[in-house]
Ligand binder design. Structure first.
Ligand SMILES: Nc1ncnc2c1ncn2[C@@H]1O[C@H](COP(=O)(O)OP(=O)(O)OP(=O)(O)O)[C@@H](O)[C@H]1O
Ligand SMILES: [Mg+2]
Length: 138
C-alpha cells in the first residue's frame, strides 16, 4: 500500500483546483493553494515566486469580475514544470502595459512575466471569460 501511494505521488496526477468568488479574500486562498501544491512537489525554492504570480493573476481576476463573479484556479505539473491557471468570467482581456513613471498601477503582469517562462491568455470554447496561464520553470 505504501509503495502504491509513493508511485501515485511520483506520477503527480494532482490538479490542485479552487473555485472562488470574486472577493479580495480569494487572493489569500489562491496563495495558500499554491503553497500547498509546491510543498507537495518539493518546489520550496520557487514557492514564493509562485505565490507572487498567483496573487497578481487572481487580483486582476477579482478586479475584472463583477462582485462575487466566478474565478477558478488550477495548479498542476506539466513535464515537471508548475503551471498556474486562473480562469475568470470577465470577457475583457489582460493588457500588457508599460507603466508610466507616475502610474501606481500597471506593473503586475510585467512582474509576472519576469517570474515565468510562458504567459498566455486563452479563450475556452463554449465558456465565457478566459484563462490566464503561466508556466514556471522547475
Ligand atoms: N483577468 C483580467 N481580466 C480583464 N482585464 C485584465 C485582467 N488582468 C489584467 N487585465 C487588464 O490588464 C491591465 C494590466 O494588468 P496589470 O496586472 O499589469 O496591472 P494592474 O492590475 O492595472 O495594476 P497592478 O497589477 O500593478 O496593481 C489591467 O489594468 C487590466 O486592464
Ligand atoms: Mg494587476
Amino acid at each position: 500500500m505504501g509503495s502504491m501511494v509513493a508511485r501515485v505521488r511520483r506520477q503527480n496526477p494532482f490538479i490542485f483546483t479552487l473555485a472562488l468568488r470574486a472577493q479580495d479574500a480569494a487572493v489569500v486562498l489562491a496563495r495558500d493553494l499554491v503553497a500547498m501544491a509546491f510543498d507537495e512537489w518539493e518546489l520550496a525554492e520557487i514557492s514564493y515566486d509562485g505565490r507572487i504570480v498567483i496573487s497578481e493573476l487572481v487580483t486582476n481576476a477579482v478586479r475584472a469580475c463583477k462582485p462575487d463573479g466566478d474565478i477558478t484556479v488550477r495548479v498542476y505539473l506539466e513535464e515537471g514544470d508548475p503551471v498556474l491557471e486562473v480562469w475568470d468570467e470577465s470577457p475583457l482581456l489582460p493588457e500588457f502595459q508599460v507603466a508610466g513613471v507616475d502610474d501606481i498601477r500597471g506593473r503586475g503582469l510585467f512582474i509576472v512575466r519576469s517570474l515565468v517562462k510562458d504567459l498566455v491568455v486563452l479563450r475556452v470554447s463554449g465558456a465565457p471569460g478566459k484563462v490566464v496561464r503561466a508556466v514556471m520553470s522547475r
